[in-house]
Design a binder for this molecule. Sequence first.
Ligand code: EPZ
Length: 421
Amino acid sequence: MDKFVIRGGKKLKGTVSVSGAKNASLALMPATLLNSGLNRIDNTPEVNDIFTMIKLLKQLGVESEFHNHSLLLNTSKITSQVAPYEHVKKMRASVYVLGPLLSRFGYAKVSMPGGCAWGPRPINLHLEAMKRLGAEISLEEGYIIARANKLKGAKIHFDIPSVGATGNALMAATLAKGTTLITNSAIEPEINQLCDYLNSMGARISGIGTTTLEIEGVDELFPKQIKNIPDRIEAGTLLIAAAITHSKISLANIEVQHLDSVLIKLEESGVKLLQENDCLVLDAENSSAKSIDVSTSVYPGFPTDMQAQWTAYMTLADSISTVTDTIYLDRFNHVPELNRLGANIELINNSAVIKGVKKLKGAKVMSTDLRASASLVLAGLAAEGTTEVLRIYHLDRGYQRIEEKLRALGADIERVATTEF
Ligand code: EPZ
């Protein structure tokens, strides 16, 4: 078990490169199950969720090689269509194998995802989409059993523009007989890239980037290579590391347009943003953070995956701000831990009301989930004294050795083995 030991108050400076997008890879990888052969996904982040997905795909018969962020997936010998509990319980995104397996093999047995640190995080929209495509769905001993001789194109409408359900429905529809129309689909960059990848394999998806996708089923898809997009949430997290420490840093390998909603809020809080060559520069050296309200929403709104990080930033802002999560109403496990660092946050339903304080003081805090742990690291960078962030295995799920990136920028942060839990 590791923890981070952070000695706060250090200024950051220099350039840091953003890794490939974890949530994009977690959709691209199962998409390869739709074809038979050697696929390559470049710019794949080396984070634990990726290794979990590699293990799950291996369980299905997919051979992989992963070097220098280039992931090879050989899908020519799929030997099983069962995604077992021990993999799915670790990572909800495992449910992404449902659509491809069902569409290519007519059968899938996928464990129901377990609980999350926050939620509920149901998968009803995934299952309803499969039923619309003609699948028979049953639940047996904690497993979803999905069967279909041949999926048939259908109209699917999502009451909630779910990222995962859109991805699953898209993948399932590519090999269905006939045309599928998905309305109120998610339009996150990760979904748009999945559509591009599927089309490069031979799928016929139109309406990409809009909330209405039309998929004309084809008989076969073919193995392809793709270069994954940068991780917009890691980029946003690193930008807030600079903002909260009143630093100036440059981010390389960033897709600025994927982060517009966050960049606008950062500028409103008083930081300067400019593009220099291919980098995005954030300059907060002469700014004191203004309290800015945020309410999360689906893309292109402010991402829920940046909510905890923004909350950490606002703890040291100049007045009172409200951060509301409309996607996950209880995604606030970071709040009591931030208050242990001296923040003044009150939870009212699905909003955090944050009264800015002059300073945070280092303490021992505990990670509870991926983005909550990121927010504790950010607060530790700005706090006076030493902050210890326990259970950083949560952080390792979605950030590639973030302590090395932060240390390279001048932060005093180190990963320490510990028996503390
Ligand atoms: C994806 O999760 C991301 N994960 C999440 O990032 C992200 O928080 C989320 O999208 C929202 O942007 C991956 O891409 C692997 P949803 P997903 O289905 O697909 C409800 C991170 O930190 N819903 O768009 O599971 C759901 O409860 C992770 O990197 C249903 O009601 O999210 C939520 O309120 C955490 N029924 C809303 O929709 C369903 O069948 C959005 O969820 C599915 C979802």
